[in-house]
Design a protein around this ligand. Structure first.
Ligand code: ZN
Length: 335
C-alpha cells in the first residue's frame, strides 16, 4: 500500500485516498450487496439491507472455505448459495434472495448457515422488505374466463397441483450462467405484480411480466436449464417451465406453439416456443414469469444482475455441470 502511494505518478488527494480506503473497508465489512436497480440501499446501517417486493438481492458471504456448504433461510424459503469466482474480487459464496411480490413489508431475518465438515456456524442479516407500488388493472374478459364453472374450477385446481409438484424440488445443480436473455424483444407492459380487477371482481395479482409481440414471434429461454414441464392450461395456455437449478425457474405462457418437450436441455437464447394468445389472454403476448426459491419476482430483475456484463460466462460458472451440459441439438422442432 505504502509503496504504491509513493510510486503513484499522479497525486491522489488525501480526501480521495480516505474515500478509497473507506470504500474498500465497507465492501469487506458488509457482505450483502444489492442490485443497482433496487431501492436506495440502506447499505451499511446496522447491517440492514433492503429491497422492494418482487426484487432480487444478491447476498455474498466472503472468506469461507471453498468446500464450505452455505445455505440461507428467509421467510421459510431456502436460499442455496453457490461458489463464485471473479477476477479481481474476493472469493465468496453467492445467494440470490428473491422477495415475493406479496411478502408483507417489514424487517425479516436472513439466517445463513455455513457448514464445513463437522463444524457449522450461523450468520444473521436483516432484510427490510419495502412496499412496491403496483398498478391496478381493470380488465374486461369473456364471462366464462372469469366466472369459472365447477368443471373449470376442478381443472384449474388439478393444473395448479401439477405445477406445484413439478416445481417442488430445488435442483441441486446450478445450470444458469451470468448472461441472461430477454425472451422476446417486444413491448414491456410493466404490469408485474399488478392488482387485477376482472369484470369488476378483484383477482390474484399478476405474477409475471407481459411482453407484447406479434403472433408467432420467437420466444427464447432466458438461460440454460432443463424443461421441467410443458402444459396447456386453462389460464396460462400453452406454457413452458424451465428449471435453471438451485430453485430458479422461468416460465413462458400463452404460446401458440411449444418447440421443446419435458426433460429437454435448453441453452440461453434457444427458441422454445412462439408467441400466441392461448389460455386467458386478450391478445398475442408473452407472459414471462420467474420463481426464485418459491418467491415470485420480477423477471426483469434477472437482466439487472451484476453478473450479466461478464464477457466470458464460463469463467463465473460455479459448478462444472453448466460447462459440461450437452449441446441440446437433439431438441425436436415442430413445424
Ligand atoms: Zn401475464
Amino acid at each position: 500500500m505504502t509503496t504504491a502511494r509513493i510510486q503513484t505518478p499522479t497525486r491522489i488527494s488525501r480526501l480521495d485516498r480516505t474515500l478509497i480506503t473507506a470504500v474498500v473497508l465497507l465492501s469487506s465489512v458488509f457482505p450483502v450487496e444489492l442490485f443497482p436497480n433496487t431501492l436506495p440501499a440502506s447499505k451499511g446501517h446496522d447491517g440492514q439491507y433492503s429491497g422492494k417486493q418482487g426484487q432480487v438481492l444478491v447476498v455474498k458471504v466472503q472468506g469461507e472455505d471453498q468446500a464450505a456448504e452455505v445455505k440461507g433461510t428467509f421467510l421459510k424459503r431456502v436460499i442455496p448459495f453457490f461458489r463464485e469466482f471473479r477476477p479481481g474480487e474476493p472469493d465468496g459464496h453467492i445467494g440470490l434472495l428473491g422477495i415475493d411480490m406479496q411478502d408483507e413489508p417489514g424487517t425479516y431475518e436472513l439466517a445463513v448457515e455455513v457448514k464445513q465438515g463437522e463444524q457449522a456456524k450461523q450468520l444473521s442479516f436483516h432484510v427490510l422488505v419495502a412496499k412496491e407500488k403496483f398498478v391496478v388493472e381493470h380488465l374486461k374478459l369473456p364471462r366464462e374466463m372469469v366466472d369459472l364453472n365447477e368443471k373449470a374450477v376442478t381443472r384449474w385446481n388439478a393444473e395448479q397441483a401439477q405445477v406445484k409438484q413439478a416445481l417442488a424440488e430445488n435442483s441441486r445443480l446450478k445450470l444458469w450462467h451470468s448472461n441472461f436473455v430477454e425472451p422476446v424483444n417486444g413491448k414491456r407492459t410493466g404490469i408485474f405484480g399488478s392488482v387485477r380487477v376482472m369484470n369488476g371482481q378483484p383477482r390474484n395479482p399478476h405474477n409475471g411480466e407481459d411482453i407484447g409481440a406479434p403472433m408467432g414471434t420467437d420466444v427464447a429461454s432466458t438461460n440454460d436449464g432443463i424443461v421441467r414441464i410443458t402444459v396447456d392450461h386453462i389460464f396460462s395456455g400453452k406454457g413452458v417451465f424451465v428449471d435453471h437449478g438451485l430453485g430458479f425457474y422461468s416460465m413462458y405462457f400463452h404460446l401458440s406453439e411449444i418447440l421443446v418437450k419435458d426433460g429437454d436441455l435448453v441453452t440461453a437464447g434457444q427458441i422454445i416456443g412462439k408467441v400466441g394468445a392461448t389460455g386467458r389472454a386478450t391478445g398475442p403476448h408473452l407472459h414471462w414469469g420467474v420463481k426464485l426459491n418459491g418467491a415470485r419476482v420480477n423477471p426483469y430483475a434477472l437482466l439487472d444482475l451484476p453478473f450479466r456484463k461478464d464477457p466470458n460466462p464460463a469463467a463465473t460458472v460455479a459448478t462444472p455441470t453448466s460447462e459440461s451440459m450437452p449441446n441440446p441439438q437433439a431438441v425436436p422442432v415442430k413445424e
